[in-house]
Design a protein around this ligand. Structure first.
Ligand code: CTP
Length: 152
C-alpha cells in the first residue's frame, strides 16, 4: 500500500488542481490531502473566497482523494508523514526545492503545474467584471463542479 500526501489551498477549485490530484493519486494506492485552514492562509497572506469547510468538502468529494485534513502550520509535515506512513510527498513545481528536507522521511516529487490557470489569475479576471457577470461566472463554475462530481 503506497500512500501519497500533498497540501494546498484549493480555492475556486479548477482543472489545474484536479490534474495535480489525479496525477498524485496515480502514483500510489491512497491520496491524502492537507487543505490549508483559513487561519493558516492568513499566516501565508492569502485570503480564500471559499471557507476551509467548503474547500475541504470539494476536495474530499473527489474519487481520487481518500482523506482530507486541515493544514494548520508549516511545521506539521514531518509529523503528518510519520502519522500517515506516507511514501511519497508530492506538490507543484511552484514549490521546487522548498521541501527537500522531507527526503529523510519519504520520496519527494515536484510535478509540473497545468499551464495558464491559477486561483490568483481567476480572482484577477473576476475582479474586472460587474456583479451580474460574477454571478454568471459562479453559476458556470458551479455547473462545471456538478459535472465533475457526476462523472466521478
Ligand atoms: N497547481 C497545478 N497547476 C495549476 C495550479 C495549481 O498543478 N495551474 C497545483 C499547485 O502546484 C499545488 C496545488 O495545485 O500543488 C494546490 O495549489 P494552490 O496554491 O491551492 O492553487 P493555485 O491555483 O496555484 O492558487 P494561487 O494562485 O492562490 O497560488
Amino acid at each position: 500500500m503506497k500512500t501519497v500526501l500533498t497540501y494546498g489551498t484549493f480555492d475556486l477549485f479548477h482543472v489545474g488542481h484536479l490534474n495535480m490530484l489525479q496525477r498524485l493519486r496515480a502514483m500510489g494506492d491512497k491520496l491524502i490531502v492537507g487543505v490549508s485552514s483559513d487561519t493558516f492562509n492568513e499566516i501565508k497572506g492569502k485570503k480564500s473566497l471559499y471557507s476551509y469547510d467548503e474547500r475541504a468538502q470539494i476536495v474530499a468529494a473527489l474519487s481520487c482523494v481518500d482523506e482530507v485534513f486541515p493544514e494548520n502550520n508549516w511545521q506539521q509535515k514531518q509529523q503528518d508523514i510519520v502519522e500517515y506512513a506516507v511514501d511519497i510527498f508530492g506538490i507543484g513545481s511552484d514549490w521546487q526545492g522548498k521541501f527537500d528536507e522531507l527526503e529523510d522521511l519519504c520520496q519527494v516529487v515536484y510535478l509540473p503545474r497545468t499551464p495558464t490557470i491559477s486561483t490568483t489569475e481567476l480572482k484577477k479576471s473576476l475582479s474586472k467584471v460587474d456583479a451580474d457577470s460574477i454571478l454568471q461566472i459562479k453559476q458556470g463554475l458551479d455547473s462545471v463542479l456538478n459535472i465533475v462530481k457526476a462523472i466521478e
